[in-house]
Write a protein that binds this ligand. Structure first.
Ligand SMILES: Cc1ncc(COP(=O)(O)O)c(C=O)c1O
Length: 478
């Protein structure tokens, strides 16, 4: 039987693991009025029970190191251990954040080299590595665009155009930066309509934000015409490049007419997400926007690496020091083991894996698009399942019992009952086949016994939660 008690519930008065002798003469150090009246309420356990308790908790963790994690839009790829070793190198960890440039040449050189490599991959002219995540990069990018228009005196440009196939952080960013957001509905093929865009473009347009590939996993094939129209209106084209895993080494956004874009180190460049993070982002920009990026930018002068603090045209700092440098080291280590030629293979394999899943499942889980996808595919439960009242949530919950993390569900919002699957390039064909088998079994089980599927998961520590109440009125007290 599973023992799900908290450590405090396992507590036995007086039981101890190790007893520490207090090295401080308590009375002399803490004055009487500051001393607690009652002992703290801590679990009293033997050392062995404490080890078992925490080891068991650690096995409840679901991570890329334990299972396939096909979370669409998140690029949950393998995080090479080599990168951790690089980030732990004494030469990086021992540098004082306030060290003079001369005393931090190694770190500055790494940041400079990473910037150069990313600038080359994106086809842009310069980059800041300050942002702490993807959404934070977008915010930085839009602040950079704002500084650009302010400097030009074009203060009437108050609108940001965002198609409904963009990531949700795009319109949120535009609003946070003080712009009004103009939404454009996508065409039936999931792409942006050039005609609809032209109708919305005008003297008030500051930026058009496109997620490429978009949240349907589709490439904006008319990107050059889009860029031309945007520039003709005097606006800037921003690319949400968080999905760059589908493009790396294959195309350069700078060549497609993009003015500024962001990258997510914790997606494309293999740095861990979440608890293994934190994240790191980057904003790459074309020449006309470089003075407006947050400073400092790192430059090479006479063989030494120096910080350039720019001038009043800069959008200002968005993060202390150089951003999340540890994460940036991991991204750089990742790029060091991939030659320029090999980076294209990352994208090719990511695309191949997503299309493999699509091809093997679309007969029972129809896809929102009739064509090939890029690095992720968006499927839905078919009519045969929905007729029996089965929803995307039921499929996702059933996957947990089969040992898989659920894909992203109900996103993108423009697809009814979406199941967004992103396998990444680091999964083997065998793993993909196991996932496909599980999805096909769920389909069969759903047709044969829909009520069981609707009650899934059956074998997890917690079953169906009231997720709305959990989010709106979280009860986080024991
Ligand atoms: C397309 C896209 N844009 C932006 C973001 C936001 O990135 P972050 O979660 O690092 O803030 C994500 C996150 O995965 C994304 O997929």
């Amino acid at each position: 039987m599973t023992d799900n008690r908290l450590s405090i519930e396992k507590s036995v008065p007086g039981r101890r693991g190790i007893t520490f002798r207090n090295p401080l003469r308590e009375k002399a150090v803490v004055s009487a009025d500051m001393r607690r009246k009652t002992p703290p309420r801590l679990p009293e356990m033997s050392e062995f029970d404490a080890v078992r308790h925490f080891t068991k908790l650690s096995t409840l963790n679901y991570s890329v190191d334990t299972h396939f994690y096909p979370l669409g839009s998140c690029t949950m790829k393998y995080n090479p251990r080599l990168n951790e070793d690089a980030a732990n190198m004494k030469g990086f960890t021992a540098v004082h954040p306030l060290a003079e440039d001369e005393a931090a040449q190694g770190t500055l050189e790494m940041l400079y080299n990473l910037s150069s490599r990313l600038t080359e991959l994106t086809g842009m002219d310069g980059i800041t590595l300050q942002p702490a995540a993807g959404a934070h990069s977008e915010f930085t990018g839009i602040l950079t665009a704002k500084a650009y228009f302010m400097h030009r005196g074009e203060t009437e440009r108050t609108e940001v155009i965002v198609p409904d196939s963009a990531h949700g952080t795009n319109p949120a960013t535009a609003s946070m930066a003080g712009f009004s957001t103009i939404n454009i509905a996508s065409e039936p093929d999931g792409r942006l309509s050039l005609d609809k865009l032209k109708e919305k473009l005008g003297p008030k347009t500051a930026v058009v934000m496109l997620t490429i590939p978009n949240t349907l996993g589709i490439f904006e094939s008319r990107i050059e015409e889009i860029a031309e129209a945007v520039h003709k209106a005097g606006a800037l084209l921003y690319m949400d490049g968080a999905n760059f895993n589908a493009l790396i080494g294959l195309v350069k956004p700078g060549d497609m007419g993009v003015d500024l874009m962001h990258l997510n180190m914790h997606k494309t460049f293999s740095a861990p997400h979440g608890g293994g993070g934190p994240g790191a982002g980057a904003i790459a920009a074309k020449k006309h926007l470089l003075p407006h990026l947050p400073m400092p930018l790192i430059k090479k002068e006479n063989g030494r690496f120096v910080c350039d603090y720019g001038d009043e045209r800069s959008a200002g700092r968005v993060k202390s020091f150089f951003g999340n440098t540890g994460v940036l080291i991991k991204a750089y280590a990742y790029l060091l083991v991939h030659s320029a030629k090999e980076t294209g293979d990352i994208a090719r394999m990511a695309i191949l894996n997503a299309n493999y899943i699509l091809a093997k499942l679309k007969d029972i889980y129809p896809c929102c698009s009739k064509e090939y996808c890029m690095h992720e595919c968006v499927l839905t439960p078919g009519h045969d399942l929905t007729e029996k009242g089965i929803k995307t949530l039921d499929v996702a919950k059933a996957l947990l019992d089969k040992g898989f993390h659920a894909p992203t569900i109900y996103f993108p919002l423009i697809v009814h009952e979406a199941l967004m699957i992103e396998p990444t390039e680091t999964e083997s064909r065998e793993t993909l086949d196991e996932f496909i088998k599980a999805m096909r079994e769920i389909h069969e089980e759903g047709l044969a016994n829909p009520e069981v599927l609707k009650a899934a998961p059956q074998h997890q520590t917690v079953k169906r939660l009231d997720e709305v109440t959990a989010a709106r009125k979280p009860n986080i007290r024991w």
